[in-house]
Design a binder for this molecule. Structure first.
Ligand code: SF4
Length: 349
């Protein structure tokens, strides 16, 4: 295939929450005796999940499947409180890699429910983040996804809080917010919406290039909420052709003209590189940066301690320090210097 030009949206791909989760699991495979368990897919991307699976990580959908005392990671999407409790009761190390921005929404649900609010929560049915968030206060939360569902809600007696899954399409969420505000003018919502910076930045980047493209390729898995939001954002922006692909092998042969490329927050850059290589643009690739993004989330506290202990033990044993949790040497606890892409690329035993 040879298209005319590729416009590469930036920012794209791994967000700070996904970076933290991938590096956390990579560290866990070094810090703990195998097998390491992970509750649900670490992030919604098959390449990432498969890489860890090949390394011996066991993914489970029920913490009862985890043997007593085995190390367990809870995924970035956030887990219901009863799952966190059951995980801790198993007696092994538990690393909760919930993204801090999802944790913030859990906190908002907890506080508002305690104050007697009815919580209208916009989230996707069956998505792990929505399940985990609603479980914080199941009696107070009413999950809606579409305008008709919002309109069908009965009027609550007390005050209303309006919260959201972090990875929604901004334009779709805005329609629901406008409707909710018209109905409940005094509704409470956080000072800045629950939609996270990574979600909004990637959608902004996509809108920046969409009008200049004959087709847009969105890289990411079908079960990735922020990826699907990108797909719908491109359609809403008027893109003539929008394709969501897991990787380069799924690209059709008939793409032509200017092709835009973006990746969801859980898609590794290696997939972007493969897609761009396959498009083989005769007039080159232009990266369009819409927003600067340099957020960093540190490793979960319980893992930071374990990594520090491992580094100390390695130093006592006279091993040379190394900064890569996949490299086999003693890890250097300066996590900021390591990217998840590097950790992922080195995931072999
Ligand atoms: S998409 Fe947003 S909420 Fe989800 S892991 Fe990334 S930063 Fe966190």
């Amino acid at each position: 295939m040879e298209v005319d030009r590729v416009l590469l949206a930036s920012p794209r791909g791994f967000c700070a929450g996904v970076e933290m989760a991938i590096k956390s699991l990579a560290w866990m495979t070094r810090v703990f005796e195998p097998p390491v368990y992970c509750y649900h897919e670490i992030v919604h991307n098959q390449v990432v999940v498969e890489r860890f699976r090949q390394l011996g990580v066991v993914f489970v959908d029920d913490v009862d499947e985890v043997p007593e005392g085995a190390p367990l990671m809870l995924s970035a999407h956030g887990s219901p409180p009863e799952v966190v409790e059951a995980a801790r009761a198993r007696g092994g190390a538990v690393v909760n890699a919930v993204c801090p921005l999802v944790k913030k929404v859990h906190h908002e649900v907890k506080v508002r429910a305690a104050k007697g609010y009815t919580i209208v929560y916009v989230g996707h049915e069956g998505h792990q983040e929505a399940i985990g968030t609603a479980a914080v206060a199941p009696d107070a939360v009413h999950r809606v996804e579409r305008l008709e569902e919002l309109e069908a809600l009965p009027d609550p007696e007390g005050p209303v809080a309006f919260l959201a899954q972090t990875t929604l399409a901004v334009d779709e969420w805005q329609i629901l917010l406008d409707s909710a505000r018209a109905r409940w003018p005094d509704l409470w919502m956080p000072g800045t919406s629950d939609l996270c910076f990574a979600t909004t930045n990637r959608q902004t980047a996509l809108k920046t290039i969409a009008g200049h493209c004959d087709a847009v390729v969105v890289i990411g898995s079908a079960n990735s909420s922020n990826t699907r939001a990108l797909e719908r954002t491109a359609i809403t922006a008027g893109c003539r052709r929008v394709l969501r692909v897991n990787g380069a092998t799924e690209l059709p042969d008939d793409l032509s003209g200017t092709v835009g490329v973006i990746a969801g927050a859980s898609a590794p850059e290696e997939l972007v590189e493969a897609v761009v290589a396959r498009l083989d643009a005769r007039h080159g690739v232009e990266e369009i940066r819409a927003v600067d993004e340099d957020e960093y989330f540190p490793l979960p506290r319980e893992l930071r301690d374990a990594v520090r202990h491992l580094a100390a033990a390695a130093a006592v044993a006279g091993l040379a320090p190394g900064g890569d949790p996949t490299a086999g040497g003693a890890p250097l606890p300066d996590d900021r210097e390591l990217s998840a892409a590097v950790a992922l690329a080195g995931l072999t035993r």
